[in-house]
Design a protein around this ligand. Sequence first.
Ligand code: MG
Length: 383
Amino acid sequence: MSSHFSQTDREEGALARYACRSSQSRGRVHLEDSHRLRTEFQRDRDRIIHSRAFRRLEYKTQVFVNSAGDHFRTRLTHTIEVSGIARTLARCLGLNEDLAETIALAHDLGHTPFGHCGERALNNLLADHGGFDHNSQALKVVDELEQKYPRFPGLNLTWEVRSGLTKHRGAEPPKLDGEPLTPQPILEGQVANVADDLTYLSHDLDDGISAGLLHDDDLEDIAIWSLARQRIVACNLAPGDECYFPFMIRTIIDMLVEDVIEQCVANLASAGAPDPQAAMDNGRRLIEFSDAFRLHGEQMRRFLNEKFYWHPAVDDDNQTAVKWMCALYQHFVEHPDTLGRKAQARIATVGLEIATADYIASMTDRYAIDKYWELVGGNGGME
Ligand code: MG
């Protein structure tokens, strides 16, 4: 194997000095030999793609309950879009693409079935047991819950990927492996974070339009929408044209990506193009939208909250599904023998409630619904 290009040399030639090099990784909790073909971050990416939790994203809600329509985003297609945009941002900024992509691919592994409604419900159910948060759950999935290696639990990912999953911001950073994290996440983690924001804003808009719940008239006062319309004026597209909405969404993504890159080039220059550690110690995030686009994003988020996320066509199905999920939780707590084999085995170490919540959080929408009808609904427990 002497003819292949050295991946670490390739990184050296492509990365800015503030980028994280795989050769300088803080490593893994359980020591492993390096791989002769792939960098540490490439290995982490592949471990995530080959995990069960990643495959289950296909049947988890993004906004619409999974199976509501074949064209809507699922948690998996959302994740793939985020990772593509994270790669673009990282490459344009001279950051480590493999690391940004890996964090993006893992960022939603902790999501419950039924999207944010499911997460909120599980958080309430666990009120006396520390609550539930999908970001810390993502870390738990890769550190504990995936089981495929004989020598250690989880996927034994590098510190950089694991710390990038915490999504923390400023004042009180959480601890990782007993050590407090720096005020800001690693730059590649910040990239994945911004990529997530800009991806969901643009694709939720797209899904809302596809579902017939949002219309061109509703969007007139939304700044990003107006800017995109101005940009495509030369194309002579009208709302009745087949390509109008998809092209508008594509234009919005372009504008958001360009804004982040422009802003970050300026931020990194004014911070003196720091090294990775200095960027993490910095008082504020360096990977972010410009002030103008941050406000545009907030306006869009408010709009989606008002017109889309809680629309009965979206919310009714979610509420019913979440009610079933809560009934299922209650059933498992009362009948632990009906939990999955691995969940039952964890009761002794983490307690019944946490083992149950982890089991439910791991479920896909359709599996949770099937389980509800098998264990609760069919017995007249609900509905
Ligand atoms: Mg996400």
